[in-house]
Design a protein around this ligand. Structure first.
Ligand code: SF4
Length: 372
């Protein structure tokens, strides 16, 4: 590749060209280099080799059945206690009614994550999946993070495998990638002490993959983690993916600093910068050679930066997200939803091909143009 200014990138570029796996030390060079144009081109090379110009999005609704949670992650502005102002806790009928009121034709995915409710029995979650599948046939249910599965396993006193098998039988199609945060113990202790451990998170995803439940994986960055800890996080995901092949996408989530304890402790008011976000996406695309998609989640990036990210390794910008609440309660200034037309327009304007997909990355429709 011509025009590389940082000599440390030359051997990396050769490996990328040959399709060879990068080492941990090479990953760190990607985080450190000031030669950002070269980093972008390398990530784009991999992106286009894997998916050409295709860029995916999904017509999806976000549901959180409760924000009551006892876990107390310090970065979280979503959690509430019983009776606290702004707390909600819906039964099965209320969740179904909420989705019905916002249902749009062509909806393919119900994405559901929520707080760890201390009193709901496991049966409630099985009933919830069944009711959604019965009321909205053909819509895929992608629900509950590994942290929530760990919680279900505790309340039901069942091993992860049995919890996941029962949810699958009730109709669960896929799992989101949340709860991963940063795997390093030093960071986890400070930001998510009472949440599932890193080992537990990985074990739950391993088990889901073995049972034929595909999943995503996230990383919450931009708070107290080091670059080594970010790379360690990706390295553990890469190793698990070698074993199972069950991850569909990797989603870096930038820390949102409003209304949470961690931001107050750190005195931190700034979001990550646009270049931090783009660099992080590019490193992920280059390091995670075995995960099909890197997602530029527009709800935290902003639609504008998500559009730019399509040149930095991103092949998915998530979806319509009807009424996203979790990152917006932490201060994300982005809209709470975008139409399919708006998403397709953003992608087309970047010179890429918008592909509407379902929760399992099956193609629903290629948008060659944006209709009026
Ligand atoms: S991130 Fe999830 S588990 Fe942690 S406090 Fe917030 S709602 Fe609870």
């Amino acid at each position: 590749m011509k025009g590389i200014r940082d000599p440390r990138l030359l051997p990396i570029a050769e490996k990328v060209e040959a399709g060879e796996r990068l080492t941990f030390a090479e990953g760190l060079v990607l985080y450190e280099t000031q030669d950002l144009p070269a980093l972008m081109r390398l990530a784009n090379r991999v992106r286009e080799r894997k998916h050409g110009h295709k860029t995916y999005f999904v017509h999806s609704i976000r549901v959180s059945q409760t924000n009551i949670c006892y876990v107390g992650c310090t970065f979280c502005a979503f959690q509430r206690r019983f009776g606290e102002e702004g707390a909600w806790d819906w039964d099965v009928e209320e969740v179904v009614a909420w989705v019905k009121a916002r249902y749009q034709p062509g909806l393919t995915e119900i994405h559901m994550t929520a707080g760890h409710h201390p009193k709901r029995p496991f049966q409630y979650y099985l009933d919830l999946v069944r009711a959604l599948k019965e009321t909205f046939p053909g819509v895929q249910v992608k629900a509950w993070t590994a942290a929530e599965i760990h919680h279900f396993s505790k309340i039901a006193r069942l091993p992860y495998r049995e919890v996941l098998q029962a949810l699958k039988e009730a109709g669960l199609d896929a799992m989101p990638g949340g709860g991963a945060e940063i795997f390093a113990e030093r960071v986890r202790k400070r930001i998510a002490r009472a949440k599932v451990s890193a080992e537990g998170w990985l074990e739950i995803h391993r088990t889901a993959h073995e049972l034929g439940i595909p999943t995503n994986a996230t990383m919450l960055y931009g708070h107290i983690e080091t670059l080594e800890e970010r790379l360690d996080h990706m390295d553990r995901l890469r190793r698990l993916q070698d074993e199972t092949g069950g991850f569909m996408s990797f989603i870096p989530l930038a820390f949102q600093p409003d209304g949470n304890q961690l931001a107050r402790e750190l005195g931190k008011r700034e979001f990550t910068t646009g270049l931090d976000d783009l660099r992080n996406l590019a490193v992920a695309r280059l390091y995670l050679d075995n995960i099909p998609h890197i997602k530029g989640y527009w709800a935290t990036l902003t639609p504008e930066l998500a559009q730019v990210s399509l040149d930095w390794g991103v092949t998915d910008i998530d979806g319509t997200l009807i009424e996203e609440r979790i990152v917006h309660m932490a201060g994300s200034p982005t809209p709470e939803g975008l139409s399919k037309r708006e998403l397709a327009r953003i992608i087309l304007a970047a010179g890429r091909i918008p592909v509407e997909r379902d929760a399992l990355y099956r193609e629903v429709r290629v948008w060659n143009q944006v209709e009026a």
